[in-house]
Write a protein that binds this ligand. Structure first.
Ligand SMILES: Cc1cc2nc3c(=O)[nH]c(=O)nc-3n(C[C@H](O)[C@H](O)[C@H](O)COP(=O)(O)OP(=O)(O)OC[C@H]3O[C@@H](n4cnc5c(N)ncnc54)[C@H](O)[C@@H]3O)c2cc1C
Length: 516
């Protein structure tokens, strides 16, 4: 329970953002774009400390963020060495030899009142169904390595592909820095050594840098990463630990050279005590091994990572420690935590950058409306924790629903107690193939269905209305969907070729713009 804090006083309109990682520069860019000029925005970052340097896979909502900022997509892909992402492939998660894709976008086709999975479940029981992924549009594009921003073909019934990006985190922050500084954000380089609070109301009033100068503010946005310099260091807000459900607590990250084909998806490969990510960019592949130190030593984790690179290693592995969980309050006094400072869920479904985006949206909601009140601050905190708890459940699902019997780490996560909210979802799906989902949850029904089926969760039944379709009609329906997807995807270009032509066109456009 969050207590009701003292009234929020914002005597002036001076915002100080602490930290210049993805969170800091996304916040600076968005605030400079949407707040009027009566606000001043300063960002403090320390080159000496640096950024976490990972966080390169996203989900489709990032398009809304970039679009709201008026960012040209082709230029963004070019400048961040980006690639397109249609989903995540999970290798070895359900069983050591299984694989499936959690793809964005269209799953099957609507028919009558029911979500697609009910027809598929019935067809499967009759021996009429191909693997579920064959009826998922992006899945077909992933397996064929194809991508384009196609508008619907005249004879097609399909919508455009739903996609996100992979990008270089450092280049993205630099890109947003240029954007924010061009809109008046002041940047201070230096290490903060001291935080001063008002002795009467406890609000933060200023931060002092190592070499002397002080930066004062009315509202502080803590984007200082895991250390949570303001929200925890100064305000001692407290942390809710979820490591009993998500016990991985280390990651080793290492880049390697690119290989072809350039896959339009992230890959997550399960290992003995964790999993390995593979994020393909134009210029390199980002890799990392997330593992649980109670079940695996660092040296073994490193050996597994380095033995499973697709290209030549181009830097030394870097160790990152973390604790899964969230702050007791995201907004405490006049400090709002965004990014890793607010909490952390491992990057299995690429949700952290999305959480930065929703944190910024919520903050803007209140700042644009006027002077935020304590009630709004409480509301902010409730919405933020609800959002994280629902994503937490989805991530736990991947671990818990496994059939990797006899492996100590996987045995632990399969047999552990899980949150009631997840238990309900699993029970309902097992009973009748149904997924219940609250309005505000991030992951949609097709997402839950793909992961549950992919992990080998077997429903006992399906919605009775699906029985009303004759087996021949059901067969015809599924075949039509599958063939339509295959036909439409076969028309698309290769992912790497598409990016190359996009980058070339942007380059040509920029050169001709410079000349004229
Ligand atoms: C292993 C791993 C993999 C991840 N993969 C993904 C992914 O694929 N997709 C995704 O969405 N997210 C991912 N994330 C999360 C993602 O990396 C972060 O959400 C994102 O990078 C934002 O980080 P940040 O800006 O909050 O913190 P940081 O990048 O750590 O930045 C903190 C900033 O604060 C500054 N700072 C700190 N202390 C001080 C001080 N005393 N004085 C001055 N400045 C200070 C630092 O200099 C830095 O600029 C991953 C995270 C981890 C750990």
């Amino acid at each position: 329970m969050s207590h009701t804090p003292e009234p929020i006083s914002l005597p002036g309109r001076k915002i100080v953002i602490i930290g210049g990682g993805t969170a800091g520069w996304m916040t600076a860019a968005a605030l400079s774009r949407f707040l009027d000029k009566s606000w001043s925005i300063t960002l403090v970052e320390s080159d000496e400390i640096g950024t976490v340097g990972v966080g390169e896979a996203t989900i489709p909502m990032i398009q809304n963020f970039n679009a709201a900022l008026g960012i040209d997509e082709a230029q963004f892909v070019r400048e961040t060495q980006g690639s397109y992402k249609l989903g995540i492939e999970f290798v070895g998660w359900g069983r050591p030899d299984s694989r499936y894709i959690h793809a964005f976008g269209l799953v099957g086709r609507g028919l009558g009142l029911l979500p697609f999975q009910h027809y598929w479940l019935r067809a499967k029981s009759l021996g009429l169904a191909a693997p579920f992924g064959d009826y998922v549009l992006n899945n077909v594009a992933c397996t064929e390595n194809r991508f384009a921003h196609v508008q619907r073909a005249p004879d097609s019934v399909l919508p455009p592909l739903v996609y996100a990006y992979h990008f270089d985190a450092g280049l993205y922050a630099a890109f947003l820095r240029r954007y924010a500084e061009a809109r008046g954000v002041h940047r201070h380089e230096g290490k903060i050594e001291h935080v001063t609070r008002d002795p009467e109301n406890g609000d933060v009033t200023l931060v002092r840098l190592a070499d002397g100068p002080a930066v004062s503010g009315d509202l502080f946005i803590d984007c200082s990463g895991f250390r949570g310099l303001m929200i925890e260091g100064a305000l001692k807000t407290g942390y809710i630990d979820w490591s009993h459900w998500l016990p991985c607590d280390r990651a080793l990250a290492v880049p390697c050279e690119s290989v072809r084909p350039l896959l339009p998806y992230t890959r997550s490969t399960a290992h003995a005590a964790g999993w390995q990510w593979r994020i393909p960019l134009q210029s390199r592949i980002g890799n990392g091994h997330v593992f649980c130190s109670s079940f695996m030593k660092e040296a073994e984790a490193e050996a597994i990572l380095l033995n499973n690179l697709d290209g030549k290693q181009i830097a030394d592995p870097r160790l990152i420690r973390f604790q899964t969980g969230m702050r007791r309050q995201f907004w405490n006094h006049n400090v709002v935590a965004i990014g890793l400072a607010s909490g952390f869920l491992e990057p299995l479904e690429s949700t952290s950058i999305h959480l930065i985006q929703t944190g910024i949206n919520r903050l803007l909601d209140y700042l644009v409306a006027g002077q935020p009140t304590p009630a709004e601050r409480n509301h902010f905190n409730r919405r933020a924790s609800y959002e994280m708890e629902r994503i937490r459940d989805f991530i736990i699902l991947h671990y818990h629903a496994n059939h990797r019997e006899g492996e100590p780490f996987w045995d632990y996560v399969r047999t552990m107690e899980i949150p009631d909210s997840l238990r309900e979802k699993l029970d309902m799906f097992r009973a009748g193939g149904r997924v219940i989902r609250d309005q505000d949850e991030l992951f949609d029904v097709p997402g839950w269905v793909q992961v549950m089926i992919g992990q080998g969760v077997e429903p006992q039944g399906w919605h009775p209305l699906a029985d009303q379709l004759e087996p021949e009609k059901l067969d015809q329906f599924l075949t039509t969907v599958r063939h339509a997807f295959e036909r439409d995807i076969a028309r698309l270009p290769d992912h790497a070729a598409y990016i190359a032509s996009l980058v070339e066109q942007t380059q040509a456009r920029m050169t001709s713009g410079e000349r004229s």
